[in-house]
Design a protein around this ligand. Sequence first.
Ligand code: C2G
Length: 126
Amino acid sequence: MIKVITYGTFDTFHYGHFFLLERAKSLGNHLTVAISTDEFNLKEKNKTAKLKFSDRSRIIKELSFVDEIHSENSWSQKIDDIKNLKIDVFTIGEDWKGKFDYLKSYCEVVYLPRTKDVSSTLIRGY
Ligand code: C2G
């Protein structure tokens, strides 16, 4: 089994998120999605999601190609997550290119193409 993990807020879930998660799953055969908690969003991303963590998790959980949901509470949990969850591939959109290269000592790191012209910010209006 090749275990993949990705992280994000996934607020006002849209097709950009969908395509990213679909691409993420194609990198292996088990996909864990770590969703930013409301506290983490506020404290570390300085943003308030339109949907609270429980609703964002419910939506992602319904995707047939998502195998596990995890919570993202800090920027520094990724190495422990990779070790504890026995992750083989970390992936995220290319807007983060280079930012997570330090994880290459623990697993494969793949930056995936983003979907143009759609974003939670555009949908939320803020
Ligand atoms: N994404 C995408 N295309 C878009 C918008 C988002 O491919 N049009 C991808 C992002 O690149 C990311 C994922 O969807 O991989 C989730 O995006 P966000 O919810 O905006 O997550 P972000 O704020 O980037 O948080 O520790 C990592 C952070 O939690 C990532």
